[in-house]
Design a binder for this molecule. Sequence first.
Ligand code: FES
Ligand SMILES: [Fe+2]
Length: 362
Amino acid sequence: MEQVFASMWLAAARADQLADPGAFVRRDVAGASVLIVRGAEGSIRAFHNVCRHRGTRLCHTANGTLRGSIQCPYHAWTYGLDGRLLAAPLMDEVEGFDRSGYALRAVASEIWDGHVFINLSPLDTHGATLRGVEGAGSPQPLAAQLGDLHRRFAPWQMQNLRLAHRIEYDVATNWKLVVQNYNECLHCPIIHPLLNQMHHYLGAENVPTTATYCGGAMGFKEGVETLSTDGKRRRNYLPGLSARDRELVNYFAIYPNFLLTLHPDYMMTITIWPVNTGQTKLVAEWSFHPDEMTKPDFVFEDAVEFWDRTNREDWAISEQSYLGISSRGYQPGPYSARETQLWEFDQFILKTIGRKGAGAQS
Ligand code: FES
Ligand SMILES: [Fe+2]
């Protein structure tokens, strides 16, 4: 897990979740704890949540607003929202001590269409990504990891959407099983009675899988206009969508931790945070167009309830799946022709951890 999560870009937050100066979220992943902070001048930065004095965790709440600075709870070293060390009690007695050398360690961050990504690859003291550092994987700009997704999803104008609801789930499964579960609908007729009323389970049109994502789109059954508890659409189509886009739900797994589900009238995202081999935290967020959200009759519960129910069905079967594959009696079985994206995900994992694939797809 660490080889994947410590080298790739991870979807970590929405920029609109960090609207005001001092707003922050904390993400714990791959042995790191990271603070993502909106600075006083408006930019978003990420730092290791580790004091430069004796290493104490600075911030133990999951999110909130910092009042202009970050102060270590141990000996009160105090850092600005830009990470600079502002105050270090009694350190002026230490000969040669230079505060400027003890800013919080930066973590790379970039924004794609309103989604804030972080990358744990080591940075040099000026904040630049160190390329070719042993053990650092292959650091690259976010755009290189996303490939053509900028262009593909431009019509949804995701940066304009605003968060309406979030649910966090603690699931007793391995993070890879969550990605695998997302990437096939063979289980839909069995596991998802409601979702199965909305899509034909064999109706996915997948795009060719790349080194960093896989995905595709599914149309609706007759009379269904979006994924809601009854298939009715209670919000206008997102502006910018073509007639064809309005008829589809796009499902993309952007490796390693981002499940992006785009509907004709809203976006649902899930970010995946491995806690340990058998525990995963999942953060589901529903975002809508602000023009809809300001209407007096705006509702989102139909979309949230639909997906909360469907997600919980997926988490429950993924927990059973984890119990099975982690038991002594497990031997891997063959994939069907409808599970090619799972095989491709397996190859991505094997390649990332430097192992040869298990042979040709069959
Ligand atoms: S460990 Fe943070 S101020 Fe001492
Ligand atoms: Fe499912």
